[in-house]
Design a protein around this ligand. Structure first.
Ligand code: SAH
Ligand code: SF4
Ligand code: F3S
Length: 467
């Protein structure tokens, strides 16, 4: 009989990809993915360490799982709790001490070894012990990508594909270089093969992932090195791959080849997440970002010259140690100049072991809160303006899931806007599948005229199906 694994994912898209791959690793072991922890034989929390709140959530979830594990034990059944991801990597041994219900702790670079870990956990518990103590958070010399099985079929038209791992940049606020390890780029051939398999299983859009995705420099078959721009051109050759996105980029690695890919490659979507974090040069310096605001403006100018309709997004940290009112004003000024289509913003959160966490000029919480609210209000204004400008336009939308109402499907615009598409006006929509009459559009790129815009989504009507 098959066993059930429930994987709960926190954090960034790289963790979403990793969770999917952990399921792939466990499949030959007889595990099927379950949507709930209630009946699971194995529960994996794939954790995020980026901000304090993200890590705290994990401990409260472990508390809940401990009760479930005890209840199962009372019925004579086993349940294993595994902690994966970035909190596991950063605090593995401490987590094991603090939460004895945990059986296994593994890092983002060791999950291909889950079968061995499970075996050893089972051996440890075979004598009736409540928990095993398996810890594997080293950074292996060889990469997990050489050991992962082929991915199982993808459900849905949009997929993530990790092409680059780790980070060597060491921004002073950030845990990623410590939790994900050194920068590594997968070879071009491996990525192309994976992308082809995804497309064969129905994927239309691939988002290439890396914490520093545009620092990508993978080996080619002829022994040369390909940049992200070159990789995008290579992927563009794949029949049926309609859309290519990538995230997250660093301003320092935004080279001409990538900018030209935006100009020339139709499948390369006109949306770019290019985090700047702050608009103040002295804060950028203290963050060790190694670029100035002027450098950032120059990149934006070059990008917009190459691709005039490019929509931009960013991450911002407010209240970094030493941030003055003027520094914050510089950030607001940068936002006014760039006008983002969307942005993520966070209060600075001191992370253990990072240089910024011990800087003496920490900003009080109430100042951080006020700045965050002001920044978000400004970004929301721009976002609404960007969305409102879409009204009356026709766009290609990739329909990804059913909407809230009958006759409505939910998809994404080229600019990553969520779009509710009314397909009920199409006569032949009442297809064979009575439960889901609009299934013929699901997973497809369609032409849509935008009729309404809100702060977080658009509405539109189907003009024609494209494929
Ligand atoms: N590699 C990406 C970002 C990785 S983390 C880059 O270089 O931009 C995602 C976002 O979390 C960051 O862009 C940053 O805005 C935020 N973040 C990271 N560490 C943080 C911290 N200590 N406090 C608050 N926000 C943080
Ligand atoms: Fe973190 Fe900076 Fe690396 Fe991004 S570039 S992952 S913010 S250290
Ligand atoms: Fe979080 Fe790790 Fe991603 S810290 S943001 S899950 S790389």
């Amino acid at each position: 009989m098959s066993k059930k694994v429930f994987i709960k994912t926190y954090g960034c898209q790289m963790n979403v990809y990793d969770s999917k791959r952990m399921a792939d690793v466990l499949k030959p072991q007889g595990y099927v993915v379950s949507e709930s922890s209630d009946d699971a034989d194995l529960v994996i929390l794939n954790t995020c360490h980026i901000r304090e709140k993200a890590a705290e959530k994990v401990y409260s979830e472990i508390g809940r799982l401990k009760l479930a594990k005890q209840a199962k034990a009372a019925e004579g059944k086993d349940m294993y709790i595994a902690i994966a991801g970035c909190v596991a990597q950063a605090e593995g041994p401490e987590m094991m001490r603090r939460a004895p219900a945990i059986d296994m702790v593994l890092g983002p670079q060791t999950y291909h070894r889950l079968p061995e870990m499970l075996k050893s956990a089972e051996e440890q518990r075979s004598g009736g012990r409540m928990s095993a103590r398996v810890l594997d958070t080293e950074f292996p010399v060889d990469t997990k990508f050489d050991h992962l099985p082929e991915e199982s079929d993808y459900t849905g038209p949009a997929a993530f594909l990790t092409i680059q791992e780790g980070c060597d940049k060491f921004c002073t606020f950030c845990v990623v270089p410590y939790t994900r390890g050194a920068e590594y780029s997968r070879p071009v051939a491996d990525i192309v093969a994976e992308a082809k398999r995804l497309v064969t299983s129905g994927v239309v859009e691939i988002t290439l992932l890396g914490q520093n995705v545009n620092a990508y420099h993978g080996d080619t078959a002829s022994g040369e090195t390909a940049s992200l721009g070159a990789l995008i051109r290579e992927l563009d050759e794949i029949d049926g791959l309609g859309r290519i996105r990538y995230t997250t980029s660093h301003p320092r690695d935004m080279d001409d080849e990538l900018i030209e890919a935006h100009r020339d490659v139709k499948a390369c979507m006109p949306y770019l997440h290019l985090p700047v974090q702050s608009g103040s040069n002295s804060i950028l310096d203290a963050m060790n970002r190694k670029h100035t605001r002027e450098h950032y403006f120059d990149i934006i100018d070059r990008l917009r010259a190459a691709k005039p309709d490019l929509a931009l997004s960013s991450d911002f940290i407010v209240g970094f140690p030493g941030e003055t009112d003027q520094d914050f004003e510089d950030t607001m000024d940068l936002i006014r100049r760039v006008k983002y289509a969307s942005a993520y913003s966070f209060k600075y959160s001191p992370r253990p072991g990072t240089p910024a966490s011990i800087m003496e000029t920490q900003v009080p919480e109430d100042v951080k809160s006020k700045r965050l609210a002001a920044l978000q209000a400004l970004v929301n204004e721009h976002q609404l303006e960007f969305n409102t400008n879409s009204i009356g336009k026709e766009m290609d939308i990739l329909l990804e899931r059913p909407g809230k109402y009958a006759g409505q499907l939910l998809g994404r615009s080229p600019y990553l806007q969520a779009v509710h598409v009314d397909v009920s006006n199409v006569q032949n929509a009442l297809a064979e599948d009575a439960d889901n009459p609009y299934s013929e559009f699901m997973g497809k790129l369609v032409r849509v005229r935008i009729s309404e815009a809100g702060p977080n989504s658009l509405k539109g009507e189907l003009v024609s199906a494209l494929h």
